[in-house]
Structures are given as structure tokens and as C-alpha cells.
Design a protein around this ligand. Structure first.
Ligand code: WT7
Length: 652
């Protein structure tokens, strides 16, 4: 459902109903942490007596000072566990060691090159304390922003936890982002310290992260120190006054560190995400509420038990990596698998090899990965012993029922429930899913609201829609892990999230709900693409294209893609006297944003299909990009002939 289509027609047409209903096995159900009756009781309490509900969950964690009030809501600003003081890293490490988990493995990490390292909770605490002392010695103080631009190596999680421990605010930038995207984000956060690595491995090749930081440093004035983890032993340029090796700084630091008590609303991290304007938003999450919600959702959605080996495949550069590779599972004392590399290194059996080798029990991954595996056939996973698996999860984009069924059948052996989890960078934790032992799954449908989440479907005008209607997915009340603001731009926060539809949270998705109350996400209704489960704003890519000397105007749309979900298609107008060089334009977008945003197809047009008021009609461009016939009313266009002429050209 496209943005303009949606505005023209506020009700989303109900799509074909998926009729399959998959029940959890009796064996799974018998041992599940949450039964259907538990869910119903807990969900009711979470809405009717939120203070009791959330106070009860928070009470399972350690607070240096108990909160005075569970929630203070001054729309659109929420404060949770007001007056409470705690420390997320203390709760994730010291608290679990105090419960007797000191010798339990916290992380089992595998590098793309096959190296394996593991850390017990006690070992991880010592590393985090050393890093906390080292950052403090560098002058990092409470509230300072520290940018992390790292591969998925244990030091990335250690650095996050060290920041959390001392009350510094981490801002993790995905290692696939380009120099200019990195520089923008360092500048926006005004970080004085960046932590990076010489290089990370991706698809067998070292990616020179330090070199990118060196370039980005030229574009910002705030940066004072660059801490470099030696990962790949590649050659790096060195600025004596600015650069310091992680091992020189951290290895000799004391492994004793007392976690300070931080205010419940103390900022924990900023994470940048795309919106419908050209400028990425720094989504700000804070301490207490985020901690409580990631703790609860990891435990209940993944039905965690003591002997699980839990693996979420997301990179720490995304919210999934924050909430479900680091904070949520560690808060629960889980053994967490981390893998540095790509799913096809050295071949498409890598994930299954990791599962077999480490006896992974819970796997949480993205539909785009599942579709790639599916494309390579049942035979590859068939070679591995996947019998350790007991639960599967999906996140990042709508999962098509075929991919869901393949995952369930081939990977889960029809034994493992599949939880499809809908949430966002902004929501901080899972909002919709079907708890695995409590409810049947409906392939393609995310399911029911999590505790404390009160969703609804609405029109743009805020009129609430009934069952079996499609509409905009909104949340009607604040929840503990919701974003608190857009870093440095509270006005944008107000407008984007609580201002589009009065008095409710709306962040861009359309959905429908069936008679059982299950929500099915239809997709974004704003100008945001979802490429391989990652959000990209069309405006961001358009600005990147227009910044190339040969391009005078650009319109970017998504095209359905069997593996990536959506791929990027660009329509451009050329500057007079320039010709189109597809390779140069793709390289330019990669340089400006990152390889994720690189257009798969570029159409050179002589004019854009615009309305008389000058608005580009993307709906028609989407049809052209998808190779469909042009359908709909073209009479509002200034020159309808433009469309047929673009459709007749070949993409470059
Ligand atoms: C957008 C958020 C949440 C972590 C990863 C992405 C889409 C996410 C699902 C799902 C259908 C989904 C939505 C959402 N999305 N999970 N299970 N079913 N759509 O985080 O980058 O903040 O993107 O991803 O469109 O708004 P994100």
C-alpha cells in the first residue's frame, strides 16, 4: 500500500486471508512459560492496573532506589519508574552473577573466519568493568555520547555495556554505512569518542572501518579520541594524538568497577533510523523502561529457559541487535550466540553449521534471510543436525506465508513454533506477536499485542476501525520502552509520532485485524522502504542522487523483491550536458549512504510524472518499476504521456 494510494483511500483493502492455523505441539505447550490463560490474565492486568503490572516486572530487577511512580505521562512525553535509580549493565551482569550464573556462558561468539570465543558472565563482567574504567580514563562522563562503528565482535557488546555502566550514551552505527552517513551521525550526536576496529570481515573480505572513521573525522569537529580494536590486523593509518588501541587502553585497566546508580530516565542510547524526510532520526531510549520491557519480552516471547542457547542473528547496528542480542537476553541470564559474518560464508550452510555446532535452541532471524535460504533449497539445511532448535522467530518485515511455512517445516522440523514479532526502532521492544505456547500461529500474521500494548486501527483522521478492517496501526498509550524523543529535535518527535493522528502513537505501518484479534502488517504507508529488513527513506536516497553532478531531479520507489522484500528503483532527470552513468550513480549512493541503498535499477526520464501542483505521483512510478501496466486515474497529471515514455525506456 503506497502513501498516496493510502491517502486517497484510507481503508486498506482486506487482503486474501491466510487460512492456515498452526498450533504449538502439546509438548511445547506443556512446558511453556506463558499459557493462554496466563496471557489473558497478564494482558488484562497490564491495561487495567498498569502500575501493579509493570511494578511487578520491574521488581524482579535490581534498583538502587525504588521508583516513586510507575508512569508520568504528559503527552507526548512519558517517564517510567519516575524517581527510580538503577543500572542496566549491573542488572545484566552483576545481578546474574549474584544469582549463581557467574560460570554460565554469556556470549559464544563465532567470527566469519571460524574463530570461536566465549565469555562467562563473570568474564564478561570483568571485560565490561575494564572497558568502563578505560572509557572513564579517556574522560567519558555520564551523558556523553560515544559512537560505535564496529563489526559484530564481542568488543562491540562489551563497549555498549561499558557505556551503559558508566551512564554514557552509545550510538551504534551499522558497519555497512558509508563515511558520510557516519560523519552525519557522529556530528548529530556530538560524540567526542568513537570506538571502531581496524576492519571487520564481511563475505570473506576485510571492511576497513578505521579508514572510514579517518575520513569521517575530517568532516566533524567534535571528535577527540578514536579507540581501535584490532580485529583483522590490517594496516591502518594512525593519528598519534587521537587514536588509541583498545588493547592498550583496556587490557591494563582495573577489572573492578562499581556501577553508579542512574536515574530511570537517564539516556541509554541513541540509534539512528530513516524517516520520510532526508535526515535520519536519532531515536533516544532511556534506562528503566527499556530495561524492564526488553527483559520481559525476551523472557516471554522466546519462552526462555536456563539451558537455552539463544541466537538472534541481527547486527548490533540495528535495534534488534540492541534489544535481543545484547540487553534482553543478558538481563535474563541467557547464553547468547553471536556471529560476525554473512549467512553465505563460506556457503549457504553457515547458519545451520553454527546451530549444529553450538546446539542453538532458539533462532531469531529475518524474512529476507529465510527467503535466501529457501531459494537455495531444502537440501543444504538437510545436511545438518538442527534437532537442538525448539523455537524460531522472525522480525524486520512482513513474512510471506510461503517463507513462514518453509522456515517452520525445513528449519523447525514442524516441531518448533514460529513467533513473528512486529516492532520498530522506536518501540524498543516487541509489540505484537503470538506467544509460542499460548496461541496458534497464522503464517504471515504477527498476532496479538504484548503486555501493556494497546493497538488500534485508525483512519488518518483518527477514526477507529473495527475488526476485519484495514487501517493505520496506532498504539493508544505509552509503553515502557517507547522512544523518548528524537535526539536534538523534540519538535520532530512530537510531529512525527504523536502529531500525525491526534493523541496516539503512529509510526508508519498499515495493518488489518482478524476476528481473533490477530494483526497482520501490510507494510509502510509512508515514504520509507524496507530493504532486507532495513529501513531506508526514499528522500535520503533521492538527496544522495541529486547530490551527484549529473542528476537534477530524482524520485525513488520500492519494487517488490523476492529475497530483499523491496529493492530500490530510481527515476532521474539529467542535468543539461550530462549523460547517465549507472555505475557511477550506484557508487555515489553507496558512498553517500551505504551499499544497502544502492539502486537496483535506474530509469532516465525526460520529465517526472507530476500533478499540476508539482507533486511527483510515485504510485505510477511504482507500477513502472514493478513492470506492471499503468493503472489508475492519470488525468491529474500535467502530462500523462510522460508515463508511457518512461515505461518504454529500459532501466540502466
Ligand atoms: C519497520 C521497523 C523491529 C526490528 C527490525 C526493524 C517493519 C518489523 C515486522 C514484522 C511486518 C515488520 C515495519 C516496521 N517490520 N517487523 N514482524 N512484520 N513488518 O526495525 O528498522 O525500525 O523498522 O519494520 O514496517 O515499521 P526498523
Amino acid at each position: 500500500m503506497s502513501h498516496d494510494q493510502f491517502q486517497a483511500n484510507t481503508h486498506i483493502d482486506a487482503m486474501l486471508h491466510e487460512i492456515r492455523v498452526i498450533e504449538p505441539s502439546d509438548a511445547f505447550r506443556a512446558k511453556a512459560r506463558i499459557s493462554r490463560a496466563d496471557y489473558e490474565r497478564m494482558y488484562r492486568q497490564s491495561l487495567d492496573q498498569p502500575d501493579e503490572f509493570w511494578g511487578g516486572v520491574a521488581g524482579e530487577l535490581h534498583w538502587n532506589k525504588k521508583w516513586d511512580r510507575v508512569l508520568d505521562w504528559q503527552e507526548p512525553h512519558a517517564q517510567w519508574f519516575v524517581g527510580g535509580q538503577t543500572n542496566v549493565a549491573y542488572n545484566a551482569l552483576d545481578r546474574n552473577i549474584g544469582r549463581g550464573l557467574g560460570d554460565k556462558r554469556a556470549f559464544i561468539w563465532e567470527g566469519e573466519d571460524g574463530e570461536v570465543r566465549s565469555y562467562t558472565y563473570s568474564e564478561l563482567l570483568r571485560e565490561v568493568c575494564k572497558a568502563a574504567n578505560a572509557l572513564t580514563a579517556l574522560g567519558v562522563q555520564q551523558g556523553d555520547r560515544v559512537t560505535l562503528y564496529m563489526p559484530l565482535i564481542p568488543e562491540a557488546a562489551i563497549a555498549m555495556l561499558a557505556c551503559a555502566r558508566i551512564g554514557a550514551v552509545h550510538s551504534v552505527i551499522f558497519g555497512g554505512f558509508s563515511v558520510s552517513a557516519l560523519a552525519d551521525r557522529i556530528g548529530n550526536a556530538q560524540s567526542r569518542v568513537v570506538i571502531t576496529a581496524d576492519a571487520g570481515y564481511r563475505r570473506g573480505k576485510p571492511v576497513d572501518l578505521k579508514a572510514n572513521v579517518d575520513q569521517a573525522a575530517k568532516a566533524v569537529s567534535c571528535l577527540e579520541k578514536v579507540v581501535v580494536v584490532r580485529r583483522a590486523a590490517t594496516e591502518v593509518a594512525w593519528d598519534e594524538g587521537r587514536d588509541v588501541w583498545w588493547h592498550d587502553l583496556v587490557d591494563g585497566a582495573s577489572d573492578q568497577h562499581e556501577a553508579p546508580a542512574l536515574d530511570s530516565e537517564h539516556p541509554l542510547f541513541v540509534l539512528y533510523t530513516s524517516g520520510s524526510t532526508g535526515k535520519p532520526k536519532g531515536v533516544l531510549h532511556t534506562t528503566g523502561g527499556y530495561m524492564v520491557a526488553t527483559y520481559l519480552t525476551t523472557q516471554t516471547v522466546f519462552d526462555l529457559r536456563d539451558d537455552d542457547i539463544y541466537w538472534c542473528t541481527a547486527d548490533v547496528g540495528w535495534i534488534t541487535g540492541h534489544s535481543y542480542s545484547v540487553y534482553g537476553p543478558l538481563l535474563n541470564g541467557a547464553a547468547v550466540m553471536l556471529y560476525e559474518g554473512a549467512p553465505n560464508q563460506p556457503d549457504w550452510g553457515r547458519f545451520w553449521d553454527i546451530i549444529q555446532k553450538h546446539r542453538v535452541t532458539v533462532l531469531y532471524t529475518a524474512p529476507t534471510a529465510i527467503r535466501s535460504f529457501m531459494q537455495h533449497g531444502d537440501e543444504i539445511p538437510g545436511r545438518y543436525d538442527l534437532s537442538s532448535l525448539r523455537l524460531l522467530g522472525s522480525v524486520g518485515e512482513p513474512i510471506n506465508p510461503e517463507a513462514w511455512m518453509w522456515y517452520y517445516r525445513v528449519i523447525g522440523g514442524e516441531r518448533c513454533p514460529v513467533v513473528d514479532t512486529w516492532w520498530q526502532t522506536e518501540t524498543g521492544s516487541i509489540m505484537l506477536t503470538t506467544l509460542p505456547g499460548a496461541f496458534p500461529s497464522k503464517p504471515g500474521s504477527a498476532g496479538l499485542p504484548m503486555f501493556g500494548v494497546e493497538p488500534a486501527l485508525m483512519t488518518r483522521e483518527g477514526e477507529e476501525l473495527g475488526a476485519d478492517d484495514g487501517g493505520l496501526l496506532v498504539i493508544k498509550r505509552p509503553w515502557p520502552s517507547m522512544l523518548r524523543t528524537v535526539y536534538g529535535d523534540d519538535e520532530r518527535y512530537r510531529k512525527t509520532y504523536w502529531g500525525e493522528i491526534p493523541h496516539v502513537y503512529f509510526a508508519g505501518d498499515g495493518a488489518r485485524r482478524d476476528a481473533d484479534g490477530y494483526y497482520t502488517i501490510v507494510g509502510r504507508v509512508d515514504d520509507v522502504l524496507n530493504v532486507s529488513g532495513h529501513r531506508l527513506g526514499t528522500m535520503e536516497i533521492e538527496s544522495a542522487l541529486v547530490s551527484h553532478p549529473s542528476v537534477s531531479e530524482a524520485a525513488v520507489v520500492g519494487r517488490p523483491d523476492a529475497v530483499k522484500g523491496e529493492s530500490v528503483v530510481a527515476f532521474i532527470l539529467l542535468q543539461d550536458g550530462h549523460s547517465a552513468d549507472a555505475q557511477a550513480l550506484r557508487a555515489h549512493v553507496t558512498r553517500e549512504i551505504g551499499a544497502l541503498a544502492r539502486p537496483d535499477a535506474i530509469y532516465v526520464a525526460e520529465a517526472m510524472p507530476k500533478t499540476r501542483s508539482g507533486k511527483i505521483m510515485r504510485r505510477f512510478l511504482r507500477q513502472i518499476a514493478a513492470g506492471q501496466a499503468i493503472e489508475g486515474d492519470t488525468s491529474t497529471l500535467e502530462d500523462p504521456g510522460v508515463l508511457t515514455r518512461i515505461a518504454a525506456t529500459a532501466a540502466i
